[in-house]
Every structure is written in C-alpha cells, then in structure tokens.
Design a protein. Structure first.
Length: 64
C-alpha cells in the first residue's frame, strides 16, 4: 500500500482527530467518534478517499 498522506496533511489529520474526539468526550456526544477517522488515516499515512480523485500529499514514494 502506497502512502498518500504526508507532511502537514498528516499532522493536521492527527490534531483534528484528537480535537474531535476530545470534543465528543467533553460534550458526551457520540459524534466525537468521527474523530477516529482522521486520526487513523494520519497515523497509517493512507486515505482511501484520496484514491478516486488521484490525490497524493506525500512527496516521498514508498511501499508499505
């Protein structure tokens, strides 16, 4: 699997994921679970939503 999330995109996904999860915990709202999606895609550096559009924010091509 090729990485298609890199650099700033990765950091922003992790930060936004943590913020959404924290908001969900603070408000005791289940919608905070949505924060898991950007958090996981940031950690594994691969986003399935990028595939149909051919997007890639990763400058280094590597095989994972």
């Amino acid at each position: 699997m090729n990485s298609n999330v890199g650099g700033i995109d990765r950091v922003l996904r992790i930060i936004v994921g943590i913020i959404i999860i924290a908001w969900g915990v603070y408000t005791q709202n289940r919608w905070g679970a949505i924060g898991v999606v950007p958090l996981v895609t940031g950690f594994i550096r691969w986003c399935p939503a990028y595939l149909p559009f051919g997007l890639n924010s990763c400058k280094v091509k590597d095989e994972r």
